[in-house]
Design a protein around this ligand. Structure first.
Ligand SMILES: [Fe+2]
Ligand SMILES: [Fe+2]
Length: 297
């Protein structure tokens, strides 16, 4: 896929964690990640609520660090969450600012967009989803890198499906089918990107604005566990949060452009090895000069 197609298809406190165990899916044994690699997970640039300057800083650091790819976990821009109040002219300027800056990402670095509630509205409509698709690409999709499977989900449709119930059903069918098909492959890791955190403190916490609804959360986590998903990476909370659900890491990262807590503006570096992943959130001022993929002892 060329870069344009690629872009179209995809559109602190430091928290570090490593996993040594691995929830193996039934089926073929996982293969190896021949060459360790790292990617960058960003969240909530949310232009123009989030600073444009910070977004430019994030892209500049990505070019300097040279990850395999960048995944931006939603709220690319700051569309009004209520479809009745969207301002199409302003949204066009916000979208243009996002796309122009991300176009500066070096050609060798993949970009994977994830939709958030400030991209498709809190309760998505057919129109709000179409608006997003035209500018940023697919709402849900998968891709592979280094013998790992990455799944991008549209969590707004999952959380608030009433405006587009058929679309919500379609995504769940796709998700089940994609995970089932992956059983026959030897992916070393399966990793999910979505805007909403699964949960903030505990897997059985009650449903609130910032997490996935409890029943849906249980359904997804059961599915992810059965299929050996290693981690989910999210945004939306504009703060760093880490919860472990059995063998699955539920990781939420602070924002690249608008802080709502004590965590600095920045992004997360995720290192991928055969036996584990390691991830650390960095404020822009704390980023290393280069990423060392030598396995930690
Ligand atoms: Fe959000
Ligand atoms: Fe946000």
């Amino acid at each position: 896929m060329n870069r344009r197609g690629f872009l179209a298809a995809v559109g602190a406190g430091a928290a570090t964690a490593a996993l040594t165990g691995h929830a193996r899916a039934k089926g073929k044994a996982p293969g190896a990640v021949d060459t360790p690699f790292f990617f960058i997970q960003m969240a909530d640039p949310q232009l123009f609520w989030g600073s444009q300057e910070s977004w430019a800083t994030a892209i500049r650091h990505a070019n300097r660090l040279k990850p395999a790819f960048v995944a931006v976990c939603g709220d690319l821009l700051n569309r009004n969450g209520n479809p009745a109040n969207v301002d199409l002219a302003k949204d066009e300027r916000r979208a243009k600012a996002y796309l122009e800056e991300t176009a500066k990402l070096d050609k060798g670095i993949g970009l994977y967009n994830v939709a958030g509630n400030h991209d498709v509205c809190n309760t998505p409509t057919a129109e709000s989803l179409q608006w997003y698709r035209k500018r940023f690409g697919k709402l849900w999709y998968s891709f592979t890198h280094g013998n790992c499977l990455f799944l991008v989900l549209e969590s707004d449709v999952m959380k608030n499906p009433k405006g587009v119930p058929d679309t919500a059903g379609k995504q769940m069918k796709w998700l089940r089918g994609t995970l089932a098909a992956a059983r026959g492959k030897s992916y070393r890791h399966k990793i999910v990107f979505m805007h909403h955190p699964m949960c903030l403190k505990a897997v059985d916490e009650k449903s609130v604005y910032f997490n996935m609804p409890l029943e849906l959360r249980k359904e997804l986590l059961d599915m992810f566990s059965a299929h050996g998903v290693r981690a989910t990476f999210s945004g939306h909370y504009h703060r760093n949060v880490y919860v472990k659900a059995g063998d699955i890491e539920l990781v939420t990262s602070a924002s690249t452009g608008k802080a709502l807590g004590k965590d600095p503006l920045g992004f997360r570096i995720v290192k991928v090895y055969s036996g584990r992943i390691e991830h650390t959130y960095y404020g822009y001022n704390d980023l290393p000069d280069r990423i060392d993929l030598t396995p930690a002892k």
